[in-house]
Write a protein that binds this ligand. Structure first.
Ligand SMILES: Nc1ncnc2c1ncn2[C@@H]1O[C@H](COP(=O)(O)OP(=O)(O)O)[C@@H](O)[C@H]1O
Ligand SMILES: [Mg+2]
Length: 259
């Protein structure tokens, strides 16, 4: 029986998953020049799944987010999107495949108005009529910035700037949203608002990879958590076991409104 070992292997591996993960990193190493930032990182985000990527400042979270959206090419390992090899693909191909990234910090042009920021982002892939349509949808999705469409982005509050950054990538429902430290520097009540937006995005079927240093909000939302330390994964598991696995003291939770 030539197929007997294969059958046995399938039984050991468990049932075949219904769909391929949206995103998969396989044994990824990454570096900035001579500095190695990621060591053998393997992770996946399934269709519609919400995964939190947690770790201290400098752990390599942003580097994972960059690798997962085509901004940093791994030195070793593979990146798969919907089962296709994206290891060498650039960011625009990820975006086309529905993998979008809200980078950490100020992701907007501070001297341009809200509407100009959105128009710039949308014009890259759309003609003029489509840009108008996308603007309408963005303002529908994010009412707080609709009221401020003529305001210079640099004068928006921190929370409004995060919403503008999200509006740039969310007009088309993405397959996967990678959100890097959305809560950084925000007042707790504003963080609540930003996470309310994430909850809506998740409900629409988008998978989420939520990068956070402050664990409260991320753990409340996620199905699964991954802990990163010194560029390597030290733990992965269901969200309700994550807090214990980390030991909350490892993290600065001062940005969390719930504790
Ligand atoms: N552009 C860069 N050039 C050189 N080193 C970098 C760069 N970006 C990040 N690093 C270094 O890589 C490590 C991981 O950084 P990062 O991925 O930003 O961590 P985190 O997001 O968890 O704070 C840190 O030691 C950081 O100093
Ligand atoms: Mg970071």
């Amino acid at each position: 029986m030539t197929d007997a070992p294969a059958t046995a292997a399938a039984e050991i591996a468990g049932p075949v998953p219904l769909s391929l993960p949206v995103l998969e990193l396989r044994r990824v190493n990454a570096a900035y020049g001579p500095f190695r930032a990621l060591f053998d990182v393997s992770l996946s985000v399934g269709e519609g799944e919400t995964v939190a990527l947690l770790g201290r400042n400098g752990a390599g979270k942003t580097t994972v987010a960059r690798v997962a959206s085509g901004l940093v090419e791994p030195t070793e390992g593979e990146v798969m999107v919907d089962g296709n090899d994206f290891t060498k693909a650039r960011a625009h191909r990820y975006a086309k495949a529905g993998v979008v990234h809200v980078p950490e910090g100020r992701a907007v042009f501070p001297d341009f108005s809200v509407e100009e920021n959105l128009t710039l982002a949308f014009s890259r892939t759309r003609d003029r009529a489509e840009v108008r349509e996308a603007l309408g949808r963005a303002f529908e999705l994010f009412p707080p910035i609709a009221h401020r469409r003529r305001q210079i982005a640099g004068t928006l509050s921190g929370g409004e700037q995060r919403m503008l950054a999200m509006a740039r990538v969310l007009v088309e429902t993405p397959r996967l949203l990678i959100a890097d430290e959305l809560s950084l520097g925000l007042a707790p009540i504003v963080t609540d608002e930003v996470y309310a937006v994430l909850t809506r995005i998740r409900a629409a079927g988008t998978a989420l990879l939520i990068v956070e240093q402050h664990i409260g909000h991320a753990l409340a939302l996620c199905d699964r958590a991954i802990l990163l330390d010194h560029g390597a994964i030290t733990w992965q598991g269901p969200s309700d076991e994550a807090a214990r696995a980390v030991g909350a003291s490892l993290f600065d939770t001062s940005g969390d409104s719930k504790s």
